[in-house]
Design a protein around this ligand. Structure first.
Ligand code: PMP
Length: 362
């Protein structure tokens, strides 16, 4: 009897998501630098909005997210009618696959691309197609060469996670122009707010009908715990996704907090500058210790070790003193550790521990 009950094809090919550890047995004062969270947390304005939302918890939330979409529209200079909000940008990525991918369809993601692209593709019955990167950076030619008449989506994170690297707008435009007519390019901008003068590809989205963008409140806005993301794209694609979106997918607390957060641009600018300062400091200090990284444009650095054994030993040395960073073996980078840029004392603690591990002085 039990054998008669089977999940949809593809689902059992999904490995359970390993979000990494968040605590260490027997260690207090744990420093978690494994999920690219903002060490400063949300702005005061966002926290106040969250507190006020408590008084309305008996009410269902807005089903059309009008107020949050209007705020996003004002701050990012986009048409609020073409914004869709989701339970983290993860939900938007899933919507894209549910709406546009079926059995036999292919979805392209890059070699070291974010894990959810593969999960969402398999969950929709599609086939993930992994394309090599060039020196841990998105390779547009390799992606174009991998496209087929079955390609439905192409996922690009820019900046990329876990590499931190970025490609320029001309490369993205080349991609949008070169993919087949039945395919949509999804620009995942989870770390966009960390890039000075970020060009989110908005001009491209306005010009074309095959480009979509996703964003999150989990990173610079410090709201990972509330699960809020958004997408922006052509009216037709947003309309399709809204048909499968649960009407009350976003909680009232999430909507109110995100609205206050997105309007507090002074706070995000302060966080961006502080992140850039500490990221450069940490990357330089690690490089001097013989642990190089590619130029990161996000809120983490991908530290490269001599080999997998050294990366694992360093990970253990960090854990021994209560510091959790991210092993990225699952992203086919077993000789690397992804380290979130924490606050100043966190960055100093990391550098100090790695210096001791390397037998040097910091
Ligand atoms: N895209 C990328 C590249 C990410 O790194 C993340 C979070 N780790 C997400 C999307 C999803 O973010 P969320 O669902 O928290 O909005």
């Amino acid at each position: 009897m039990a054998d008669d009950i089977q999940p949809q094809p593809g689902i059992m090919d999904i490995a359970l998501y390993e979000g990494g550890v968040s605590s260490l047995a027997g260690v207090s004062n744990v420093l978690k630098l494994s999920s690219n969270e903002n060490p400063a947390g949300p702005s005061d304005a966002a926290k106040e909005a969250f507190s006020r939302a408590v008084h309305q918890l008996h009410r269902y939330p807005s089903a059309d997210h009008t107020s949050l979409r209007a705020a996003i529209g004002e701050v990012w200079n986009v048409d609020p009618d073409r914004v869709i909000c989701g339970v983290g940008s993860d939900e938007i990525l899933h919507f894209m696959c549910q709406c546009y991918v079926g059995v036999g369809d292919e979805v392209i993601h890059t070699e070291h691309g974010f894990a959810i692209y593969r999960i969402a593709t398999l969950a929709a019955g599609g086939t993930p197609v992994e394309v090599p990167e060039r020196e841990r950076t998105t390779d547009v030619d390799a992606i174009l060469a991998a496209c087929t008449p079955r390609t439905k989506l192409v996922f690009i994170a820019n900046p990329n996670n876990p590499t931190g690297t970025m490609i320029g707008q001309s490369e993205i435009a080349r991609l949008a122009e070169g993919i087949p007519p039945q395919a949509i390019l999804v620009l995942d901008g989870a770390y966009a707010e960390y890039v000075e003068g970020y060009d989110a590809g908005l001009a491209l989205i306005e010009e074309r009908d095959n480009v979509m963008m996703t964003r999150t409140f989990s990173k610079i806005y410090g709201l990972g715990g509330l699960r809020i993301g958004w997408g922006y794209g052509p009216r037709a694609i947003i309309d399709v996704m809204n048909r499968i979106r649960g009407p009350f997918n976003m909680s009232s607390a999430a909507l109110a907090t995100a609205e206050a957060a997105v309007r507090d641009t002074d706070y995000t600018e302060k966080c961006r500058l502080e992140n850039a300062r500490l990221r450069e400091w940490m990357a330089t200090a690690l490089a001097e210790l013989g642990v190089p990284s590619d130029t990161s444009t996000a809120n983490f650095v991908l530290a490269r070790f001599a080999d997998t054994a050294e990366a694992q030993a360093c990970d253990q040395a960090l854990r021994d003193v209560g510091i959790i960073v991210r092993q990225v073996a699952g992203y086919k980078l077993p000789h690397c550790l992804r380290i979130t840029v924490g606050d100043e004392s966190a960055c100093r603690r990391v550098v100090h521990t790695i210096a001791q591990f390397k037998g040097a002085k910091a």
